[in-house]
Every structure is written in structure tokens, then in C-alpha cells.
Design a protein. Structure first.
Length: 224
């Protein structure tokens, strides 16, 4: 999953702020401010979940120094904070840059697809997916195509694309979650839960899989 690997790379890995850790984070924040390290400060705020401050830092930086990497990080934060309309505006700005690395360009298009789907611009999303599939046939594109059909309540097509994604990458946890949800929608809770458990086997930290297993199971028994 290239998109999520890049997100992890661009983010500062600070997630738990208990009392002692919080004071250390505040000292680190002061150090970054004193040294004028605003991009690093923006990533610190982002890791803390303080998206408002992270965006403010990046916008301030971009006013002084227009920069592709700053804009890309800003877009990613907008997506992470579910500000999809703002993200799309800056995605169009990114796509005006020339000589973009092909992997980064693919990531930008994935972000655009995600924003279009989240704004229910499903026809536009499908057009974008089909266009990208001319150059890439990644399992992640198949997942997004399945998501579009899920939103259209076309579960047969959605299932088909989730299964094609699994055919390319049997460890695509999103596809297992999607397949599980389709089975549960159809009333086959046992099969659905087995798919959720498959996703959890792939990633033991998958919060959605844990919640769905709990929702459709009671005391280890599948809840029909």
C-alpha cells in the first residue's frame, strides 16, 4: 500500500501523550519553534492530531516558500482531517508541476480518487480510476473501484473488484473488510466475520476489523 507507506514516512511518529511524554513533546515543540523548523513543527502537530495548527504552519511556510513537498504534505493532512474539498484544490495545484516522480504522481492521483469518492463525486472518481488503470494495475485501484460500487449499492460489482484485488494481493486487508461487509449485508454473518478475521490476521492493529468482529459476534458466536 504505497500511499499509506508514504504517509507514514512523512509523519513524525508520536502518538501517545501521557503526562511525562506530553511535557517532553512540549519541550520539543518549543525547540522547533526557536529554531524556525516549521515543517518539522507541522508534522509534530499532525502526529498529535492537531490538524488546525499543522495546516496553519504549512500555509505560513507556503506563503514564504512555495514548495512541492510542503503542498503535498498539506494535501495529505487535509485528507487525513477529512477536509476533502480543500485537498482537491491543492491537488490540482500539485498536478501543474512538471517532472514529478512517477510514484509520487500516482500517490497524488490516489489522493484525488479518495477525495472524489468521499465527496460522492462517483462518476468523476470512476473516470480517474479508469485513467490510472491504463498505466497502473494496482490492487489499491481495484479497491477504490469496489468502494465506488459499494456506494452505488451495486454489491455484485463491488465484490468482483474486491476479489480481483485479492487475486493481486492476498494480504489486502481493505479488500477482506469490504468482502466481509458485503457478506454481512447479504445476511451471511458467519462468512462476513471470517473475512474480518482474515483482515485482522493480516494486521493485528486493524481497528475496523476488531469493531466489525465485535459488532457481528457475541461471546465468540456469530450474531445472526
Amino acid at each position: 500500500m504505497l500511499l499509506f507507506e508514504v504517509r507514514g514516512f512523512m509523519s513524525v511518529v508520536i502518538h501517545n501523550f501521557e503526562a511525562g511524554q506530553r511535557s517532553q513533546a512540549q519541550l520539543f515543540e518549543k525547540k522547533l519553534k526557536d529554531e524556525g523548523m516549521h515543517f518539522e513543527l507541522a508534522n509534530l502537530y499532525r502526529a498529535q492530531g492537531n490538524f488546525v495548527e499543522a495546516i496553519a504552519e504549512l500555509k505560513s511556510l507556503l506563503k514564504k516558500t512555495p514548495c512541492f513537498s510542503y503542498t503535498l504534505t498539506l494535501v495529505d493532512i487535509y485528507v487525513e482531517s477529512e477536509s476533502y474539498e480543500q485537498a482537491l484544490l491543492h491537488i490540482d495545484e500539485l498536478l501543474e508541476y512538471k517532472n514529478i516522480d512517477s510514484n509520487i504522481l500516482y500517490i497524488i492521483h490516489l489522493l484525488k480518487i479518495e477525495c472524489l469518492i468521499q465527496q460522492s463525486k462517483l462518476e468523476e472518481a470512476l473516470v480517474e480510476i479508469e485513467y490510472q488503470m491504463q498505466s497502473y494495475f494496482e490492487d489499491e485501484l481495484l479497491v477504490w473501484k469496489a468502494v465506488v460500487y459499494m456506494k452505488l449499492n451495486d454489491f455484485e460489482h463491488a465484490l468482483s473488484f474486491y476479489e480481483k484485488s485479492i487475486g493481486q494481493n492476498k494480504n489486502n486487508e481493505k479488500s477482506w473488510l469490504g468482502i466481509g461487509s458485503i457478506h454481512c449485508i447479504k445476511g451471511d454473518y458467519e462468512l462476513g466475520v471470517s473475512c474480518y478475521k482474515r483482515a485482522l490476521d493480516i494486521n493485528g492493529e486493524n481497528i475496523a476489523a476488531k469493531a466489525l468482529i465485535k459488532k457481528f459476534s457475541i461471546n465468540g458466536e456469530v450474531n445472526g
